[in-house]
Design a protein around this ligand. Sequence first.
Ligand code: PAF
Length: 315
Amino acid sequence: MAAKEPEIIRDKDQMRKWSRAMRSQGKTIGLVPTMGYLHAGHVSLIREAHNHSDVIVVSIYVNPGQFSPSEDLFTYPSDFHGDIQKLRAVPGGVDIVFNPHNLYDYGINPNYTNTSTSSSNGEGVKLESCVEEKGLGHGTWVRVERLEKGMCGKSRPVFFKGVATVVTKLFNIVEPDVALFGKKDYQQLRIIQRMVRDLDFSIRVIGYEVVRESDGLAMSSRNVRLSPEEREKALSINKSLSRARFFAEKGQISCKELTDLVIQAINEAGGRVDYAEIVDQDSLETVEDIRSPVVFCVAAWFGKVRLIDNMEIRV
Ligand code: PAF
């Protein structure tokens, strides 16, 4: 079967028009939001989207709003042409790549004046092209207050308000019936599900399993920035989480012992743990005993790269 060529839409009005035309033909729309530099995890989300909708939109947009000035916005990997090639090869294809150049007005925000184009793959993030109308700035943010407080929210205080806001914008522009997010970003998934419920979006949010490399490393666009040594050390996350799950499912050791086990394994491998927490799958509150379905979430640094991973545990 010939590869399907995705149509690229950059303008938000045009995007909305396309979606409305699809809906008027009775078609359901699936959205897979991404920041590009696509990998097999994204491809799994797109394949899953085909099970839930007639047409597929993949958005590629590195959202400045979810990076603080000290974070890796300007080194976030980017390869738009490579992404399009990958999307051509996805079974069933992709109908639209929404690559907005006019999503935000950061015109007067001093935090976002850098227009550097450096990236691991040469294309980089060009903020000029994200600016719609310079001058007024962006003044409205969506916050999912309780769920954004813990875990990644502690060390990345602007992250989830940026995510919730950009996902709201994407939902309002693309108007999908379903949207798919990876469970690797577990806190993000739960925040978006809560936002959709609390704000009455008529969108079904589907979480898809963590996709791993053959050696167990959770797939992430950031993996490309690990040196071979750091990548080897980073395997300690998946290995220690798997051991912890094994012990938890046998009911052998306490949550404190389980978290100690993971922290020690990552430290010994040469990583630096940001957090390691066993939390309730819905409330994301830390638990002391495993009585309901929980998820063991970890964030750790290897060199300059911060990785996250998690494992769901049912006892
Ligand atoms: O998970 C991501 O890639 C991003 O946080 C998202 C959901 C595309 C919002 O920018």
